[in-house]
Ligand binder design. Structure first.
Ligand SMILES: [Zn+2]
Ligand SMILES: [Zn+2]
Length: 126
């Protein structure tokens, strides 16, 4: 076996199909490539990410988000209507409050409120 000079069907560039590559392809059962390594990588990247990066020979992954800072969600307070942010994804089944209103919610700290015996009555008559 020896190196082969092939022509890319995409960019018409000549590329070398080396001995070791031929062995690799044979061992995998692949047929002779019709595209140069550049075009193959580009097609592979496009298939993997869904959309090709424009003008990229930059190697590596572009997924460097999600470490450290917390995702905040913009919501409108159900109590006062103020725009605020909460560190969790708001669901539709619960009202979302700003921090002030959340603290002012009944039941969060003191549970009172059913003392309706405020009228000091001496008016019980039977
Ligand atoms: Zn090519
Ligand atoms: Zn509020």
């Amino acid at each position: 076996m020896s190196d082969q000079n092939l022509t890319c069907t995409d960019c018409s560039k000549q590329f070398t199909f080396t001995e070791s590559e031929q062995e690799f392809y044979q061992s995998k059962g692949f047929s002779t490539p019709s595209r140069c390594p550049d075009c193959r990588a580009a097609r592979k990247a496009a298939r993997n990410s869904g959309s090709a990066f424009s003008g990229g020979s930059s190697y590596g992954s572009a997924s460097s988000y999600g470490s450290g800072e917390r995702q905040m969600y913009a919501v409108v307070c159900a109590q006062c209507g103020k725009n605020t942010e909460v560190p969790f994804s708001p669901r539709g089944d619960r009202p979302v409050y700003c921090s002030d209103c959340f603290r002012a919610q009944p039941g969060n700290s003191r549970s009172g409120g059913r003392s309706s015996d405020s009228r000091s009555g001496s008016g019980r008559r039977y």
